[in-house]
Design a protein around this ligand. Structure first.
Ligand SMILES: [Zn+2]
Ligand SMILES: [Zn+2]
Length: 487
């Protein structure tokens, strides 16, 4: 045909598509084995039949050695090379192990929620499955979880947010799915597909690619994840795996999944690229993000599989109130009185055993000017024991109860059921308070003098032990731990 004058006069170029198969199938690395398609290595013979015609070779996945083989086989001497690096800076790579203890819904419930919330504005996602059966299972799972939210509007047929595409999809459906996916505003937001999808489709606005089970090899993985982020905006590639899903993939993917090293570097090394992590570690991959200490708001969360990202508490949950100067003063006065009461109580109950020193008194009591200061600074936000433990250094729940009861008295906006432990349990026993102490507490100067005048000589070494026992007895550590757990 090429020697026929009629045809050859109109021949403008010889194009070899998917040219990487020249190396894969046309050559043999083992001299004893014959190449699978030996004729591929003789494609250069076309040159003698059409000597003045240009030749072009195209491939999306060629390592350097594959490129060199292509040049050699096609007798391309110093060819013009148009090369695009396989490094996609705007894709972050994440690998997530799927536990046997969790069902499928667990790993996709975040997507269901997003679809329900954002509908046709949900971030566009491709979920790649290894088999048609897995496609069906995932489709059924999402459909069951979404119910009527699976579709937008009513009546018309092409309004489904999720579609499924594989080799058995009827061709009419296939066409409409591909059409929707090649338009930025197409209704389909989530496409569950086998790897058959993607050949020749120019996917628009895909910001997530999820592999439910790894791709067959790294070249395929690079190609499939490369369908995300084509507009240049930030995208993420998640790979979900477990032991079973790893069964039928090549060794390079197995090591990609299991190795504790930068995912991007692992992919790029495969293409003989000068491989280095993304300059911003938390935009690189889950491994690099774990080393990032930049502290920006998306640091760590971008590379966390969404089912693991803790849900943010809505801002409105943080209650606040207005505080007048009079109210602040009233709280200060009551807290100061309480502080003095604690000191006098300690002194009066310990006087018989003779105190050794008062230096550590605030430490022993777990209540001092520091706590008073913290209460005053955060008065706007203190409505419960939990709030108090959040904003004030509390070492003894007795003080938290007292602080709350003072706030309740002054502001009258604290609910009674803020804690299921009776306040009475934490009221300090002041019945044994000496009468003269009551007068001393009323008077600031007298109080300061009384504390100062406690003579060191009266104090006994035994106080150290006593105080340890005393503070130990009043500490309710288990309750404190409960409260802290709930923060
Ligand atoms: Zn990395
Ligand atoms: Zn960071």
């Amino acid at each position: 045909m090429l020697t026929n004058q009629k045809y050859s006069s109109k021949l403008c170029a010889l194009a070899i598509d998917e040219a990487h198969v020249i190396k894969q199938w046309g050559t043999s690395t083992n001299n004893k084995l014959v190449a699978f398609r030996d004729c591929y290595s003789r494609l250069h013979e076309f040159r003698s039949l059409a000597p003045s015609v240009h030749m072009i070779a195209l491939t999306a996945t060629a390592t350097k050695s594959t490129r060199d083989t292509i040049f050699a086989v096609l007798l391309m001497d110093n060819p013009c090379v148009i090369f695009e690096s396989p490094n996609k800076d705007n894709i972050a790579y994440v690998v997530e192990y799927m536990s046997r203890d969790e069902d499928l819904e667990h790993y996709f419930s975040w997507l269901v929620e997003e679809l329900r919330e954002k509908k046709e504005h949900c971030d566009r996602t491709i979920i790649y499955c290894q088999t048609i059966k897995q496609c069906g299972l995932l489709y059924a799972t999402l459909k069951a979880a979404l119910g009527n939210d699976m579709r937008i509007g009513n009546g018309c047929t092409n309004n489904c947010l999720i579609e499924m595409l594989h080799s058995c999809t009827p061709s009419a459906n296939k066409e409409s799915i591909i059409k929707s996916f090649s338009e930025e505003c197409g209704v389909i937001r989530v496409l569950i597909a086998t790897i058959a999808f993607g050949m020749g489709v120019n996917c628009q606005a895909v910001s997530r690619v999820i592999h439910f089970g790894p791709a067959k090899n790294i070249e395929s993985y690079a190609q499939e994840t490369g369908r995300a982020g084509r507009s240049g905006s930030q995208a993420v590639a998640y790979l979900l795996y477990n032991g079973i899903l790893l069964n039928h993939v090549e060794w390079d993917v197995k090591s990609y999944v299991r190795n504790d090293m930068c995912r991007r570097t692992t992919i790029l090394k495969h293409f003989d690229e000068d491989a280095s992590p993304h300059p911003v570690l938390h935009l690189c991959c889950d491994y690099c993000a774990s080393k990032c200490e930049c502290g920006s708001s998306d640091c760590g969360t971008l590379t966390m599989y969404p089912s693991k990202v803790p849900r943010k508490e809505p801002e409105s949950k943080l209650r606040s109130r207005g505080v007048t100067n009079e109210q602040r003063e009233a709280v200060l006065e009551k807290l100061t009185t309480y502080h003095k009461m604690l000191i006098s109580n300690l002194v009066s109950t310990s006087a018989k055993t003779e105190l050794k020193t008062l230096t550590g008194i605030s430490l022993v009591l777990g209540f001092s000017e520091l706590q008073i200061q913290q209460v005053l600074e955060n008065l706007r936000n203190l409505f419960s024991l939990l709030d108090i433990c959040k904003f004030v250094e509390i070492w003894d729940m007795m003080h938290a109860h007292k602080i709350l009861s003072i706030i309740k008295e002054i502001f009258k906006d604290v609910q009674d059921n803020t804690c299921n432990v009776a306040n009475a349990e934490y009221e300090i026993d002041d019945t044994g308070l000496l009468e003269d102490w009551e007068t001393i507490i009323e008077d600031d100067e007298l109080f300061a003098m009384a504390v100062e005048n406690l003579s060191v000589s009266q104090l006994d070494e035994s106080f150290t032990e006593q105080s340890a026992n005393l503070s130990g007895a009043s500490l309710d550590m288990s309750l404190l731990a409960d409260v802290l757990d709930n923060i």
